[in-house]
Ligand binder design. Sequence first.
Ligand code: NI
Length: 173
Amino acid sequence: MIRDIVMMGDPVLRTEAEDVTVFDDDLRRLVRDMYETMYHADGIGLAAPQIGLSKRVLVVDLRREAEGEEPERIALINPRIVWESKETEKQSEGCLSIPGLEEVVQRPAVIRIEGFDEVGNEVEIEADDLFGRALQHEIDHLNGVLFIDRVSPLKRRMLLKKWKKIEAEAEDE
Ligand code: NI
């Protein structure tokens, strides 16, 4: 089922999400809905707060499978970053909850994450490149953090100004 995506301004996006404690059919249904919602919105990542649910659940799918490599698609429950590289990278990011805004964000180039899959198996992964970036962006959502928080104050002011304009135009329609 495709769920509504919550836009910036909704307090749920600024709330620290709660750990999942029960790995049941409801959780698996939630993960399925999140994939469906993400594909429908043409995104590469989605966190549960973005559909108004304050739970530590995220999905990422870059929809590209390099030959001989693990598919870069994953659902993670209660993910924690356990290691990050000192080396950082800068890349442009956007967010389904702030459509129309994009900005370059600096993040660790490589991270290691521990968490669970939707049936409760422990998962440990190392991710770099766009995959690592998408995972960091979604984990930020679980902590009430948006990518606009990770740019300079000047750029942030510009982005917020642009967002006000986008919001006003949406109301006019
Ligand atoms: Ni986002």
